[in-house]
Design a protein around this ligand. Structure first.
Ligand code: PLP
Length: 400
């Protein structure tokens, strides 16, 4: 039977402390005990349903984690203060000094910088490969490799990972396949395709209101317990805990994710088709011209489309900047990094979210100066948006 991630969220039932339709928010950093023994047992992890201290766990964070695990089809999940606060502990938990990672070369700039500049301080080294070429991925594996790392749809080039294929390679070599699914929530469910660990920056589509940062790691109970272990758990000890008030507000936004993703995807496909027909170099997984269009179709949960992210290339950074400024002046969206907002957001990744990647490597991976990354908004009238964007492009001689 087809995997139905939004049903899994819908089917959870919560009641607040006083019968409220939303769970009560646990606005406390610490918890009292009627007996010292129960406190000890809780610390040891032997008192189910008791809370000790909110960096360890809190009811609000557990509710949100439970909903995200239901969405991804994993046993459980651990929420964190940011997407990077989810990614970095996973890597530090799975790798020790001397270990090796095979990573997609097109990933979020912060993750790239972590692998390239930070983990080598602990003698954890990464080979960056073209993730769409499974033979290159396998060839990069060494006896020290522990992880294959990728994004389902990559930031910013929108390369699509063959999660089934990568999972087979990971299994064959005894590795963990870690997938960042930030760009394609609901559309792609990596765990159902064989990923061991699924990560999101909740900052983006899942929260959807650009008012907080947040992250989550979805995985097995055993792995999440490891992350939370008071003695050697990377999430516990590195301490990137989400605040309870935020967890409660993200949970409320999560309930409309299915409707929002449908609209983001509808608008994304509409604009991508129009831009391509205009002759703009357009990348969108929903276009037949996308090299992984067919692959995406085999992996996707059909109700949610190809997502809200697209790129166009207008030739130079100067033109890209002019266009973005004009679009913002015409209230077509914001010149801003990040994604998943109700307004369209646009930025030139080469000089912003991917600036951690050296220029030469940007060129090699096809990240050109004139590339503009769009996170398409929830516009009710996307035809009007297109017409206004088209006028901006004509005015700047990007289109005739
Ligand atoms: N993963 C992806 C694909 C991202 O785009 C980002 C942020 O832009 C992150 C992870 C990091 O998330 P956060 O900014 O919430 O730490």
């Amino acid at each position: 039977m087809a995997f139905k991630p939004a049903n899994n969220i819908q089917d959870l039932q919560y009641f607040g402390e006083f019968g409220g339709v939303n769970p009560s928010i646990s606005d406390s950093s610490t918890y009292t005990f009627l007996s010292a023994k129960t406190m000890f047992d809780t610390f040891e992890g032997n008192a189910d349903g008791c809370y000790l201290y909110s960096r360890h766990s809190s009811p609000s964070n557990l509710y949100l984690g439970e909903a995200l695990a239901a969405m991804e089809g994993t046993e459980t999940a651990n929420v964190s203060a940011s997407g990077m606060g989810a990614i970095t502990p996973v890597i530090m938990q799975l790798c020790s000094a001397g270990d090796h990672i095979v990573s997609s070369r097109t990933i979020y700039g912060g993750t790239y910088a972590f692998f390239k500049n930070f983990t080598p301080k602990f003698n954890i080294n990464t080979s960056f490969v073209d993730i769409t070429k499974l033979d290159l991925v396998e060839a990069a594996i060494t006896k020290n490799t522990k992880i294959i790392y990728c994004e389902s749809v990559s930031n910013p080039l929108l390369e699509v990972a063959d999660i089934n294929g990568l999972a087979k390679i990971a299994k064959k070599h005894g590795l963990k396949l870690v997938v960042d699914n930030t760009f394609s929530p609901l559309s792609i469910s990596p765990a159902t395709l064989g990923a061991d660990i699924v990560i999101h920056s909740l900052t983006k589509f899942i929260n959807g209101s650009s008012d907080t940062v947040g992250g989550v790691v979805c995985g097995t109970q055993e792995f999440i317990n490891d992350l939370r272990n008071v003695n050697d758990g990377a999430s516990m000890l590195l301490g990137s805990t989400m605040d309870s008030l935020r967890a409660a507000s993200i949970l409320k936004n999560l309930r409309t994710l299915h409707i929002r993703m449908q609209q983001h995807s509808k608008n994304g496909l509409y604009l991508a088709e129009k831009f391509e027909a205009d002759g703009l170099k357009t990348v969108y997984p929903g276009l037949k011209s996308h090299p992984s269009h067919e692959l995406f179709k085999t992996m996707m949960n059909k109700d949610y489309g190809f997502g809200g992210m697209l790129t166009i290339d207008v030739g130079s950074i100067e033109k890209a900047n002019e266009l973005m400024e004009l679009m913002q002046n015409n209230n077509l969206g914001y010149l801003a990094v990040s994604l998943g907002f109700y307004k369209t957001l646009f930025s030139a990744p080469g000089s912003s979210t991917s600036s951690e990647i050296p220029e030469e490597e940007q060129k090699e991976m096809g990240l050109s100066d004139g590339l503009i990354r769009f996170s398409i908004g929830l516009d009710a009238d996307i035809e009007r948006t297109y017409q206004m964007m088209h006028e901006c492009m004509v005015k700047l001689n990007i289109l005739n």
